[in-house]
Design a protein around this ligand. Structure first.
Ligand code: MLC
Ligand code: AMP
Length: 503
């Protein structure tokens, strides 16, 4: 096949005048309208001199046009690199330079700050705003609505998704067409998506969940999407009776349950609710079933691996578990130090192998070798156990990571910034339970002798460097950090101490 991902996900719909995207204001974009714009965008990539395999870094709001950029990248063989619009210029600078992006797409409002970064990295820059306007779309208006799809193989790269690391340095996970396609095929089958489905899409599209899981599944099945700019409770409640499925992070489900308008009748037209990206509390699962009669289907995945496991569509969806390995995907539980497989029921590292697993981290062979074994097993950094029936339960993390509202936050990245602040001797960043976001960030600071650090100034400074969702919700001063005999900071003790801060 000439370009497997494009042909199967997008191209198969080229002449369809059926709805693909339904927008909250009632506007409908059909498959063929969508693909005509995609072709125009692909032509512009060629005009701008982009070669297959080169990267396009995209920091724009969620919109139909943003999705068209993804599709145009696939059609022209260019690598799609989506970035959270919440990232600061400092964060974006790292991604542009590290990836060697040839083109940067940003909102007009951030043009001033991003332009200098793009120029110094010798990247081109164009704008694309939330309403679809901008220099990029302007230049595509006169271009043809058909494009000769560039030939690609399943081993060619389709996307780079940056994922932060325990060292504080983000890594570009390289995902191939085959990684994305194999996973979407399995999920369509497992979750029984068809062209009758209408997915309530309220997730961001710069992460695996909203971009690949939601969008690729709908494309492969020919389903349509109610495409919302973000999760807004009123809008979601209003539109739910016209949808059949929803994918969300646990915060979506706790927010729905917190509203009395969310009733069994309102969810009556829905056939499936999927949750992932962060742990779904068993009590949320139970409350949801009591309220709606639906059992949320929880699944487990990662940027590097796409989806790994899923609870069954037809069988027992078990609260507190993430189900079984997907067809074609192998999982095993191993001993952290030796890497050997553990007996059934024991707790250890979750490792995964299959066509879903990425190719490695961009220009970081040592990091890749640390996490991706030669035999193809990827060490997820999550700890789990498999019960007698084969259900996987995630019991913890072997990596210092906080998941807030489905966003991953690596404490090291924040600690490196806090440690540089005036009057701060050292810091420790932890995640503590939060009623809305599941976990939230707390920064613990130890002051230099005889100094009282200015916490307000520190908060302000953090804003220059880090996206809002990574900011500590609270900064606390302590005389010293608890350490074990090896001198390692005991974060568990800190988490226990500050456990009730937000409850
Ligand atoms: C927003 N804020 C957050 C936040 N989201 N803070 C911490 N954690 C978050 N996740 C900040 C805002 O900047 C704002 O700051 C304040 O919190 C309140 O905003 P809000 O309006 O209540 O938040 P909202 O915009 O509604 O966003 C919450 C959310 C959103 C949960 C809807 O974060 C979201 O869509 N999360 C999904 C993340 C996701 O897609 N993850 C998938 C990763 S892929 P202020 O101070 O300005 O008010 C992956 C693999 C897999 O993990 O398995 O799927
Ligand atoms: P990311 O790096 O953003 O792709 O996030 C991947 C991480 O999210 C995994 O390593 C897990 O720690 C976590 N995760 C994803 N799905 C689940 C789930 N259903 N339950 C618990 N944790 C999850």
């Amino acid at each position: 096949m000439a370009n497997p991902l494009f042909d199967i996900a997008f191209g198969q719909h080229v002449s369809k005048t059926t709805p693909f995207l339904r927008l909250p204001d009632g506007e409908v974009i059909t498959h063929s309208q969508f693909l005509q714009s995609v072709s125009r965008y692909a032509h512009l990539f060629v005009q701008l001199g982009l070669q297959p395999g080169e990267r396009v870094a995209v920091q724009i709001a969620k919109s139909p046009q943003a999705l068209m950029v993804y599709a145009a990248c696939v059609q022209s063989g260019v690598v799609f690199l989506p970035l959270n619009p919440a990232y600061t210029a400092e964060e974006v600078s790292y991604f542009i330079n590290d990836s060697g992006a040839r083109l940067v797409l940003c909102d007009e409002r951030s043009l001033e700050s991003i332009k200098a970064i793009a120029h110094s990295a010798s990247a081109l820059i164009e704008t694309l705003n939330a309403d679809g306007s901008g220099s990029f779309t302007q230049k595509t208006l006169s271009l043809p609505g058909t494009f000769d799809t560039v030939s690609r193989s399943e081993d060619d790269l389709a996307a780079f998704l940056y994922t932060s690391g325990t060292t504080g340095r983000s890594k570009g996970a390289m995902l191939t067409q085959g990684n994305l396609l194999s996973n979407a095929r399995v999920l369509v089958d497992q979750w029984q998506f068809t062209s009758d489905d209408v997915l309530l899409h309220a997730l961001p599209i710069f992460h695996t969940h909203g971009l690949f899981v939601a969008t690729n599944v709908c494309l492969l099945a020919g389903s349509s999407m109610l495409f919302l700019p973000k999760f807004e409770l009123d809008v979601v409640l209003n539109l739910m009776p016209t949808a059949t499925t929803m994918m969300g992070v646990p915060t979506f489900y706790t927010r729905l349950l917190s509203d009395q308008r969310f009733t069994r009748e309102l969810a009556g037209h829905m056939r499936l609710f999927v949750s992932g990206s962060a742990p779904l509390l068993s009590e949320t699962h139970v409350q949801f079933e009591e309220r709606t009669g639906h059992r949320i289907l929880e699944r487990y995945g990662m940027t590097e691996t796409n989806m790994i496991t899923s609870n069954p569509y037809s069988g027992d969806r078990r609260a507190g578990t993430v189900g079984f390995a997907l067809p074609g995907v192998e999982i095993k539980i191993t001993d952290s130090s030796s890497g050997t497989s553990l007996a059934q029921g024991e707790i250890g590292d979750i490792e995964v192998r299959g066509p879903n697993v990425f190719q490695g981290y961009w220009q970081m062979p040592e990091k890749t070798a640390e996490e991706l074994r030669e035999d193809g097993f990827f060490i997820t950094g999550d700890l789990g156990q498999i019960d007698k029936q084969g259900y996987l339960q995630i019991v913890g993390r072997n990596k210092d990571l906080i998941i807030s509202g489905g966003y991953n936050i690596y404490p090291k990245e924040i600690e490196l910034i806090l440690d540089k602040e005036a009057g701060v001797l050292e810091s420790a960043v932890i995640g503590v339970p939060h009623p809305d976001f599941g976990e939230t960030v707390v920064g613990i600071l130890v002051a230099e002798e005889q100094v009282v650090p200015d916490l307000d100034a520190i908060k302000q400074n953090i804003g220059q460097s880090l996206a809002k969702f990574k900011h500590p919700q609270k900064l606390v001063l302590m005389p010293e950090l608890p350490r074990n005999t090896m001198g390692k900071v005991q974060k568990k003790a800190l988490r226990e101490r500050f456990n009730g801060l937000f409850s």
